[in-house]
Design a protein around this ligand. Structure first.
Ligand code: FES
Ligand SMILES: [Fe+2]
Length: 377
């Protein structure tokens, strides 16, 4: 039977404890390595209760700081941008250098005659890059990102993430009306693949899934379906990003909410941010082969006969907005998550039996959440 009670998916109290004990104490995905390329450029990310920014210094080093002015706490930087040589708080113009030292305070002699500037530098956080992604941790002395993810690394794809290219169309953002754990559980549920996605993910062989956990992280691999694999170089809809003989899908969910989808012709990160007990933002960023427009177009033509009639919606519908008729697996997943969340409100809801193998990961993830919250099982 499932481990977590209904309140875990609906109550503000659970949500608050998860923010404090899970999302504020783990490495958080902040972006892709190319997002911060020049001195002064920065990105910021919400990591549980902490807003953290990464900025490149004049020396080319990446540094991470808590996005909190040391005067009265105003957030210093907005989501992304370039702050040039200094960071100036919008409220009273206290100014810091890119290494976080406080440089100047307006009217300092009159207003703060005894100010100890040296003790008022920005609070440091940890920053690291791993597999072409940027990560932050609120604790400046956090264990390394390699320690955190090292155990799961052998179960990830052979992709050279930094060699791949993020095209404009490769970015999508969704607000899902469901608790973040519903979204994660959907991601690691192997049982639904052949059913909810019967018309959208039939190019993989769901009978040969290999999945499990390393620490809190879920790993997953499945091979191509025999028809697709028969000539994947021709059948893939875009140029391959890994050698044909290694083609398959690696779809891990790194704790607490960073999914990867690494397959034969693309690489994606699914970054979940809980917004409320029943709301989760999902940002998807996809990289593909570093190839010309012509190469993409000719691969699309080459694979046309394989794909024609192969992707279809779960339901037939004349409603162009029906996610279940969209033929888009992401729309199908969001639909399923939102319908599940709605039912949790009903007094008639009770947890049903859980599939022995196909939903083992779902149960394990619930145990991991319980352990991080320090809850008894
Ligand atoms: S709060 Fe930043 S300068 Fe006052
Ligand atoms: Fe799915």
């Amino acid at each position: 039977m499932p481990i977590l009670p209904v309140e875990a998916y609906t109550s503000q109290d659970w949500y608050d404890r998860e923010q404090e004990r899970i999302f504020s104490r783990t490495w958080a995905f902040a972006g892709l390595v190319g997002d911060v390329r020049e001195p002064g450029q920065y990105i910021s990310v919400q990591a549980g209760l902490n807003n953290i920014f990464i900025v490149m210094g004049q020396d080319g080093q990446l540094r991470a700081f808590h996005n909190i002015c040391r005067h009265r706490g105003t957030q210093l930087l907005r989501a992304v941008g370039n702050t040039k040589k200094v960071i100036t708080c919008p409220y009273h113009d206290w100014t810091y250098d890119l290494e976080g030292c406080l440089l100047s305070v307006p009217d300092r002699r009159n207003q703060f005659p005894a100010l100890d500037m040296a003790s008022l530098g920005l609070k440091k956080a940890s920053v690291a890059s791993w597999r072409g992604m940027l990560w932050v941790h609120p604790d400046e002395n956090a264990d390394s990102v390699e320690d955190w993810f090292g155990g799961v690394e052998p179960y990830l794809g052979p992709h050279s993430v930094e060699q791949l290219v993020e095209y404009k169309s490769g970015r999508a953002e969704y607000t899902v009306a469901a608790n973040w754990k519903i979204v994660v559980e959907n991601y690691i549920d192997g049982y639904h693949l052949a059913h909810l996605h019967s018309g959208t993910l039939s190019i993989y062989d769901h009978r040969r899934i290999e999945s499990g956990f390393v620490g809190p992280h879920f790993f997953f691999w499945e091979p191509l379906s025999p028809e697709y694999a028969a000539n994947v170089e021709k059948n893939a809809s875009s140029p391959l990003v890994i050698p044909a003989e290694q083609a398959g899908a690696w779809v891990p969910m790194l704790f607490p909410g960073i999914g990867l989808a690494e397959n034969e012709d693309s690489w994606s990160v699914f970054h979940l941010t809980p917004l409320a007990p029943d709301s989760t933002r999902v940002v998807v960023r996809t990289k593909m082969a570093d190839a010309s427009l012509l190469a993409f177009a000719s691969q699309s033509v080459r694979s046309y006969s394989f794909w024609s009639g192969r992707v279809r919606g779960k339901y037939d519908s004349d409603d162009g907005d029906d996610p279940m008729a969209s033929g888009d697996f992401m729309q199908e997943d969001i639909y399923a998550c939102e319908q599940q969340q709605k039912s949790l409100q009903s007094p008639y809801f009770e947890h049903g039996p859980s599939a022995m193998n196909g939903e083992a990961g779902v149960r394990r993830h619930q145990e991991v959440v319980m352990a991080w919250l320090g809850e008894e099982q």
